[in-house]
Design a protein around this ligand. Structure first.
Ligand code: SF4
Ligand code: MG
Length: 321
């Protein structure tokens, strides 16, 4: 099946004062129809830059090397009008802060109706009813009342439910969710993940779910891509990667996952050290300074992404195919 989204050897470069900053380096990824890809990384991993490139929303001056193709169209070559048209119809986004998606001075109902403007052949009443049903589906009580309210009258969690409902109403062929549950409490997060998982069953489009929390991936995603300092460390089916991570960085992320900690204190272990700056020249493995398994070769030679199973790759010298 043709991928909906195809990234080939993508680097994202921001011009800096002294030298250019490479936020993403040589990342290749495909997302198939109906599939949910989890893009995981700490802050500074380049995941938000990748999301912006997929949405055609990189700031002016940023340069993309390689290709970002949505249904075969090169996103980086499209004009602003064309990209905006895609973002309003075929591609939808859910951001961490739902305020960015909602107009503060417009009632929810009116916005939910307008979100469907590209869907032809629906009357205003049908749009209104679809929107009300969607608000119920994303778990809002009294959807008729919600339709008449303004965004500020809702809690953060309810606003995020509205934003997700709006994105789903669009029936996008590509949905990009950038940390949509990060700002929410654990209960609301769990409910929203369930809503997204249920919605996925009906979605024919592809979803990219961006998160710093690898435990979220197991609840929602089919495949995972782990980024570190702008580079792809490991990618493969969630069931393989999470059960038997091949890359020491993936292993470290899983060790930091609070859901896996059963000690009474529930202290969160962190990976010692910091992410290398995106501007620095690189030699050897980018994770070497923090890697508990590093050995002499790691400081000199950059590991290639090697196959460790069907659709599964890891960039580590320790991988034995
Ligand atoms: Fe660790 Fe070396 Fe593998 Fe890099 S290549 S992840 S430093 S063992
Ligand atoms: Mg981010």
């Amino acid at each position: 099946m043709e991928p909906v989204l195809s990234l080939n050897d993508v680097s994202i470069v921001y011009p800096g004062d002294a030298s250019d900053v490479r936020a993403v380096r040589n990342v290749s990824l495909d997302v198939a129809p109906g599939e949910t890809l989890g893009l995981v990384g700490e802050s500074g991993s380049g995941k938000s830059s990748l999301a912006a490139a997929m949405l055609g929303l990189l700031p002016a001056g940023a340069r993309v090397e390689g290709t970002v193709q949505f249904e075969g169209q090169e996103m980086t070559q499209l004009g602003e009008t064309e990209r905006r048209r895609l973002r309003g119809s075929a591609i939808a986004a859910i951001a961490q802060d739902p305020f960015t998606a909602l107009n503060p001075v417009m009632r929810i109902g009116k916005q939910m109706v307008e979100f469907q403007h590209w869907q032809k052949g629906l009357s205003k009443t049908e749009r209104w009813n679809r929107a009300t049903e969607m608000l119920a589906r994303v778990g809002l009580s009294d959807p008729e009342l919600r339709m008449r309210q303004f965004p500020h009258q809702l809690s953060g969690g309810s606003r995020q439910r509205v934003a997700i409902g709006a994105a789903l109403l669009a029936e996008p062929r590509l949905l990009i969710a950038d940390e949509p549950t990060t700002a929410l409490d654990a209960t609301t997060e769990a409910q929203i993940l369930t809503i997204m998982r249920d919605a996925k069953a009906e979605m024919t489009g592809a979803t990219v779910f961006i998160t710093h929390d690898i435990s979220v991936v197991s609840r929602l995603c089919d495949r995972v891509a782990v980024l570190y300092a702008g580079e792809l460390m490991e990618t493969g089916p969630v069931s393989d990667v999470l059960a038997n991570p091949q890359h020491p960085y993936t292993r470290a992320l899983l060790d930091c996952d609070p859901a896996r900690i059963d000690r009474p204190t529930r202290t969160l272990p962190t990976i010692p050290g910091t992410v290398p700056p995106p501007g620095a020249a690189r030699k050897g493995c980018v994770f070497a300074e923090r890697c508990p398994a590093a050995f002499a070769r790691c400081a000199i030679e950059k590991p290639k992404l090697l196959s460790c199973g069907a659709g599964w790759k890891s960039a580590c010298h320790l991988v034995t195919a």
